[in-house]
Design a binder for this molecule. Structure first.
Ligand SMILES: [Fe+2]
Length: 259
């Protein structure tokens, strides 16, 4: 019992984090003269921002990289490969013929602009991911990534035109709304000993997520404080994406955002 006290304390602290985070984004929304979709809804979509040929070139280079790379059991190889999912971390450093880094910087500027230039946006990681069919065991249900306003950019390299292609799902405005439902969910997390960032028990049937089906080249920018998940079942098509991770820092010293 005594051993589990810090754990319980940590879980209770999450209540505070949920309240602070939700109110913080609500304040940003109310302070904005002309809220962007990213501020208003928590996500912003740029259909076909990247050309089809650019997507094709990126995929070709990734295939070249796969053919040339060391065996998967190499200790220096930080990629993850199993039969259903392939992930390469720091793909921007592994592939130099196409400038993936430049895309990441470009998206970072768009995020900065969409957040009214109130934040410094820094790219922290870049991952290529290929989901094969029937990977339901690896799909996470509804969750949040953090309470600190971490953002991500998803570049669809292949067409994700139907739910069965595993599109990104997001509950609109959930970064600044639904505080009561989030707290109920957290209470259930404590009882069922689920992770702090799990939103399994959020009323998904009442407030269904947006299923973001789009063509290749589409870029989705998202505030990962909002509720999201990967679509399941993925039983119709293989999805290839590049994910860019961003950390944000307030430019106004008086506005602090606790994590
Ligand atoms: Fe996530």
């Amino acid at each position: 019992m005594i051993k589990s006290l810090p754990k319980i304390k940590r879980k209770i602290l999450t209540f505070k984090e949920i309240i602070v985070s939700t109110l913080f984004w609500k304040k940003i929304y109310l302070q904005s003269n002309k809220p962007s979709d990213l501020i208003k809804s928590g996500f912003e979509v740029y259909p076909k921002l990247i050309s089809e040929s650019e997507c094709f070139n990126i995929i070709s280079e990734i295939r070249n990289f796969e053919r040339a790379k060391s065996p998967p059991n190499d200790k220096n190889d930080n990629s993850i490969i199993d039969t259903k999912i392939t992930q390469y971390y720091d793909i921007d450093e592994k592939i130099t013929k196409v400038q993936i880094s430049e895309l990441g910087d470009r998206f970072s500027k768009i995020i900065e602009n969409s957040l009214d230039n109130k934040f410094m946006v820094k790219r922290s990681a870049c991952v290529y991911q290929k989901d094969d069919l029937d990977i339901d065991s690896t799909k996470r249900p509804l969750h949040i990534d953090s309470f600190t306003g971490t953002h991500k950019a998803f570049l669809y390299l292949t067409n994700v035109l139907k739910p069965g292609y595993g599109p990104y799902n997001y509950i609109k405005s959930s970064h600044r709304k639904y505080i009561f439902l989030k707290l109920i969910n957290q209470f259930i997390n404590i009882i069922l000993n689920r992770p702090n960032n799990s939103m399994h028990s959020f009323c998904e049937s009442l407030i269904p997520p947006r299923i973001l089906t789009y063509e290749k080249g589409t870029v989705i920018l998202a505030n990962q404080t909002g509720l999201h998940k990967g679509h399941s079942p993925q039983n119709q098509g293989i999805r290839e994406i590049i994910m860019f991770y961003y950390s944000i820092e307030s430019k106004e010293k008086e506005v602090t955002h606790s994590s």
